[in-house]
Design a protein around this ligand. Structure first.
Ligand code: ZN
Ligand code: FE
Length: 257
């Protein structure tokens, strides 16, 4: 089977838009709907018709375009059951742990409580693609607004079992500020130093830093590296649990400038 085409762009300030297109059937899914007008423009440029929206969570910058796009395209909106009352136009409710079929491909749903209580991520194994939205960012993770630190730790770390070559598509372009924080807790990480240099250059050139990969994140993202001796030494948490180190990292990142 030919691969799906991914078209990624930045909209609003720093939100990622992502269109997933199947050339065979013509089906096109938008991962979240941050900006209806921009999504429509990107669809038109390619001559694609929107058939689905895969919603990850209820925040306005992820669902704002739902109603306008549904009205125009009649697209089917898939989203988290736990937040269904806050996902405009939702038709198919999923909660995590299940799979559904899209364009003849399996789409696995992960429950990712933490950023919001019902946050979900979508994974298409045949495409080695994870749509992680505001749970896992390149070199960082989402803020913990509704769930507990413990939940967020598990939500982020469940992805370490995916193939290292899995592409990670994120909800926001936050990589440069994430890199600065990552370097502050693990300055001796050579891979991180290299990645930070690449990211700085990409942003200077106005280019996107995502998708990243699971393999790259395992080597550079502090939120997946709570077992790193250097991080633990810098936090003075050598004997703490991984979840405790994770929570401390998240708290520090909240206050990092
Ligand atoms: Zn969010
Ligand atoms: Fe967001």
């Amino acid at each position: 089977m030919a691969h799906l085409e991914m078209h990624q762009f930045i909209c609003r300030e720093d939100n990622y838009g992502l269109l997933v297109h199947d050339h065979k059937s013509g089906a096109t899914a938008s991962i979240d709907a941050p900006d209806a007008a921009e999504i429509e423009r990107q669809l038109k440029k390619r001559g694609w018709q929107l058939t689905h929206i895969f919603t990850t969570h209820h925040h306005g910058d992820h669902v704002e375009g739902n109603e306008a796009l549904k009205e125009q395209f009649g697209c089917v909106i898939v989203g988290p059951k736990a937040e269904a009352d806050r996902i405009p136009g939702i038709r198919v409710e999923v909660s995590g742990g299940e799979s559904f079929n899209w364009t003849g491909r399996e789409v696995k749903v992960f429950a990712c409580p933490g950023h919001t209580k019902g946050h979900i991520a979508y994974h298409i194994p045949s495409e080695y693609s994870l749509f992680a939205a505001d749970t896992l960012f390149s070199l960082g993770c989402g803020r913990v607004f509704e769930g507990t630190m413990e939940e967020m730790y598990h939500s982020v770390n469940q992805f370490r079992d995916l193939s290292p070559s899995t592409y990670v598509y994120c909800g926001h372009e936050y990589t440069l500020s994430n890199a600065k924080f990552a370097l502050s807790v693990e300055p001796g990480n050579r891979m991180l130093q290299q990645r930070a240099a690449v990211v700085t250059q990409l942003r200077q050139d106005g280019k996107m830093t995502c998708p990243t990969t699971i393999g790259e994140e395992l080597k550079t993202n502090p939120f997946l590296r709570t077992d790193s001796p250097e991080i633990r030494r810098n936090l003075k948490m050598e004997a703490a649990s991984d979840a405790e180190v994770f929570a401390e990292l998240r708290r520090r990142k909240d206050n990092f400038k």
